[in-house]
Design a protein around this ligand. Sequence first.
Ligand code: HEC
Length: 110
Amino acid sequence: MIRSIIVGVALCVAIAGTAAAQDSKAKGEKVYTDSKCSLCHSIGGHGNAKGPLDEVGSKLSADEIRQWVTDAKGMTAKTKAARKPEMKAYTLPKDDVDALVAYLGSLKKK
Ligand code: HEC
């Protein structure tokens, strides 16, 4: 009896966790669109083909993606990125940054 309650609770937590992760990805996609990242980047063939982000989740860690979004200038210098126009600094609310990182981090090599 107790055991089935524990299993039940664990299952609920797991399901809620997945739903939250999906919410955050959907929000990240919206932040990406609203922030006009597609002026310089493309995902799924939409946007600027010079900056594809389709596999960025395989290429970069979540921390590196976060740094690009919060400190684009620093990352441009660090990676010696030469493409112009260079990425400008964004000041997005932390929630939006988290969602963006969750979304971009989910874009992996198939
Ligand atoms: C004015 C153009 C511009 C805009 C707008 C822009 N970026 Fe960038 N971004 C760049 C350039 C240039 C680089 C350097 C790497 C390259 O050449 O693609 C870059 C790199 C990145 C990288 C690392 C890519 C890699 O393959 O290493 C990520 C992640 C990224 N941008 C996310 C974003 C997000 C998210 C937004 C919107 C909030 C955004 N960028 C908006 C120009 C831009």
